[in-house]
Design a protein around this ligand. Sequence first.
Ligand SMILES: NC(=O)c1ccc[n+]([C@@H]2O[C@H](COP(=O)([O-])OP(=O)(O)OC[C@H]3O[C@@H](n4cnc5c(N)ncnc54)[C@H](OP(=O)(O)O)[C@@H]3O)[C@@H](O)[C@H]2O)c1
Length: 310
Amino acid sequence: MKKNSKIYIAGHSGMVGSALLRHLMEKGFTSLIFRTSRELDLTNQAAVAKFFKEESPEYVFLAAAKVGGIEANNTQRAQFLYQNLMIESNVIHQSYLNNVLKLLFLASSCIYPKYADQPIKEEALLSGKLEPTNEPYAIAKIAGVKLCENYNKEYGCDFISVMPTNLYGPNDNYDLKNSHVLPALLRKFHEAKIQNLKSVEIWGTGTPMREFLHVDDLAEACIYLMDIYKGNISVNIGTGKDISIHDLALLIKEILGYQGKLVWKKEKPDGTPRKLLDVSLIHSLGWEHKIQLRQGIEQVYHEKFTSAHE
Ligand SMILES: NC(=O)c1ccc[n+]([C@@H]2O[C@H](COP(=O)([O-])OP(=O)(O)OC[C@H]3O[C@@H](n4cnc5c(N)ncnc54)[C@H](OP(=O)(O)O)[C@@H]3O)[C@@H](O)[C@H]2O)c1
């Protein structure tokens, strides 16, 4: 990408898109295009076609999607499938029709099979059954990966996809109805602390193992791959280190200085037992994460909660 290349960030208001926008601006890219979903509904084929024709972006970061935690994925199953399929199909097809030089599609590590061998290698995609709670989201994301791969094969496009692990960072979703585990725990512990509650309820058994990447690291990885990577393998992006939900809860409790107890709601779903990415491919391409988990959580907590509430 040149500093004046026309770059469209689809989903710039979200956690990933806003990190991409921040990092691209910091690096001096001057011709960045973005629209909110109100201004441009990416599920609307005609509107997306008009936008691409008018704007002719040269590079596209596709970070727009319907995203959520276990509860939202499990209850809004049709919406997760339909909206994500439409967004990807419209943006990827119009990128092809309008000669976009390169597109990077944000897939996700939750599209790997539920019982994939750990750490999960890129080849594990489509090698087993999916986690039932987020199967519709996963099917839509797999379709996006396959769109990129097959537009490359049939039309000679340069569309790549990436598989980020669980993310956290600025502009995360803290709504307990549909947030991911790390922001949900931060919010619960923060509220318990300021309200002097004796205990915090946490969903599941605490045994699942998860990996967490700061979204600033993800943005750096995506911009790096946009410049140096070409190929049909969807590249894992993670830290290569995991932690149990139990230990994550204890870490957040300690960082916040909360003194109460943890109550595990064992009847609630755990999701996939372990999810750790094999990051040897991205390491071999010359990229590694920089922000360690404790440092990242401290930073996010202070930015999000302490200045506003204390
Ligand atoms: N968060 C994670 O832990 C994680 C992990 C791995 C992969 N990913 C992937 O990263 C991508 C972005 O995730 P995120 O966490 O940044 O999501 P997010 O914070 O929920 O942001 C979603 C973005 O998509 C836009 N969007 C949704 N529906 C749209 C529509 N119909 N038309 C136009 N824009 C629409 C939203 O725009 P408005 O705000 O204007 O509605 C928003 O900018 C997704 O593809 C996700 O699968 C995320």
